[in-house]
Design a protein around this ligand. Structure first.
Ligand SMILES: O=P(O)(O)OC[C@H]1O[C@](O)(CO)[C@@H](O)[C@@H]1O
Length: 499
């Protein structure tokens, strides 16, 4: 692969978001030839089906409709009459009173996987856009882990009488989520009993359910007015645009949520219509396919250079690896070629002081996506603080560009210690200025990248059979721990069970 620093700039853009693929070491001609070779003949038809919400998820016998969550089926299509928007406004204005008559001050989103990662990532990224007048302060927290580790941190800082829990679960049956909620139920009891209230009062006034399973929400005791539903055909890892995004809106406001969806919609239009050379998701998909198939690179590092994107690597890990980490095709036949790469990464500026050593001088091949925000305003600060922050932003940009260059072109100094092999292909995603729209467009671009790669590998990117077996074994182990069976496991497992 040529890593000559004189090669041409290769860039595609969409309203404030640019994909620079110059460091993929491919010419536009190579890329378009590769597209003709790797995309199926009916690709345009399949892409249209995805955008229109009628692409087939064969194994689950349903269509794939997450793109409709940001268009015809948007929960904020008419913000004045929307139930979603009404709940957010009640909470953010202090008009939602708990069972003992006090306004809600804290919201805890309890969910896992797709019911946690998208809302967490986006609330964190767009928190500063929470501009709609909030006369009353509500803070949104996130709890996902089954071990209760996050509850340990959240419960001591919130008050049972003024805290509302969002149970976010497409299936409304995930054990991790309900293990957390069971602990919460124990935690609220003393305060509620003291106030002469019951657990039923708590469920009625302190829970909002988000699910594709309304019956299970009703069975749990959640009144219809506090249930927000979405379609079974919206996959969990594609669900942040749907009712599952409630915690994004409780953090940032309904208007920001609408703008997020608008940005994703823009990316949908772009994906559907732009030529290959200008099409951001297609270019991301094709360069990724090329790295996987032609260069044998089995991983992609996600390296954001903006603290607000801290949760992006974990989000993309689920999006990509749960979709395309498969060894069977969409006809349920075994396949013998490599599919989705390992997605990993971390916040770039901190990675420089940690794992970048391996990236620069280690033995292994990798590809990377650098994600950069070019400018950042801070009108809430004094002029001198703004200037200092602007300098910090420049520092991050310079570091991102420097490390990206070194990974691509390498460096040969006069000692072994000063040798950097380079040759690692990367993309650079540049956001001129972070807005809800550009963030929505970025995430939708990654969704479409995953779709294109899934189509090229003939996978069903919309199921996740591989996570089920582990859950079944966990049930067996738990039964044994609780004395319900006498199944024996391997010595290593047994040693832990005994100890
Ligand atoms: O939203 P639910 O139904 O609780 O599922 C949570 C997560 O669990 C998974 O099914 C994997 O175990 C993910 O696909 C999903 O996002």
């Amino acid at each position: 692969m040529s890593t000559d620093s004189s090669h041409a700039l290769q860039r595609a853009s969409l309203e404030g978001l640019k994909l620079d693929w110059s460091y993929q070491f491919l010419t536009p001609k190579q890329l378009t030839d590769y597209a003709s070779k790797r995309l199926p003949e009916n690709f345009s038809e399949l892409r249209e089906q995805l955008i229109k919400g009628c692409f087939e998820n064969k194994s689950e016998g349903r269509q794939v409709t997450h793109t409709l969550s940001r268009s015809t089926e948007s929960v904020v299509k008419d913000p004045k009459t929307s139930k979603f928007a009404g709940i957010v406004r009640r909470l953010r204005s202090g008009n939602w009173l708990g069972a003992t008559g006090k306004p809600i001050t804290d919201i805890v989103n309890v969910g896992v996987g797709g019911s946690d990662l998208g809302p967490l990532m986006t609330s964190f990224a767009l928190g500063e856009f929470a501009s709609d007048v909030q006369q009353h302060k509500v803070t949104t927290h996130f709890v996902s882990s089954m071990d209760g580790g996050q509850l340990y941190a959240v419960l001591p800082v919130v008050n049972p009488e003024t805290t509302l829990f969002i149970i976010a679960s497409k299936s409304f049956g995930t054990i991790d989520t309900f293990a957390n909620i069971d602990t919460v139920r124990e935690w609220i009891k003393p305060a509620f009993y003291k106030a002469g209230k019951t657990e039923q009062d708590w469920v009625k006034d302190h829970i909002v359910g988000l699910s594709a399973n309304p019956k299970a929400m009703t069975d749990y005791g959640i009144p219809a007015a506090h249930q927000l539903t979405f379609s079974q055909s919206v996959g969990g890892r594609f669900s942040m645009w749907s009712a599952i995004g409630l915690s994004i809106a409780t953090t940032c406001g309904v208007r920001v949520f609408e703008r997020l969806l608008a940005g994703a919609r823009k990316m949908d239009e772009h994906f559907a219509t732009a030529s290959v050379e200008q099409n951001i998701p297609l270019l991301m998909a094709l360069t990724g396919l090329y790295n996987r198939e032609e260069r044998g690179i089995n991983n992609l590092a996600i390296l954001p250079y903006d603290g607000r994107f801290r949760h992006l690597p974990s989000y993309l890990q689920q999006l990509d690896m749960e979709s395309n980490g498969k060894q069977c095709n969409h006809n349920d036949e075994a396949i013998d070629y490599p599919t989705g790469p390992i997605i990993w990464g971390g916040f770039g500026p901190n990675g420089q002081h940690a794992f970048f050593q391996h990236l620069h001088q280690g033995y292994d091949s990798f590809s990377a996506d650098f994600v950069l925000v070019r400018r950042r305003e801070g009108p809430q600060f004094t002029e001198s603080v703004q200037e200092s922050l602007a300098e910090q932003q420049e520092l991050a940009v310079a570091n991102c560009l420097a490390h990206r260059r070194l990974m691509a072109f390498g460096h040969k100094g006069d000692s072994a210690r000063d040798y950097y092999p380079g040759g690692h292909p990367s993309n650079l995603l540049v956001i001129d200025e972070l807005t809800p729209e550009t963030f929505g467009a970025l995430i939708a671009a990654y969704e479409h990248k995953v779709f294109v790669q899934g189509v090229a590998w003939e996978l069903n990117s919309f199921d996740q059979p591989g996570v089920e077996r582990g859950k079944k074994i966990a049930v067996d182990v738990l039964k044994r721990m609780q004395g319900e069976t006498d199944t024996r496991f391997d010595p290593s497992t047994e040693a832990v069970l005994k100890g």
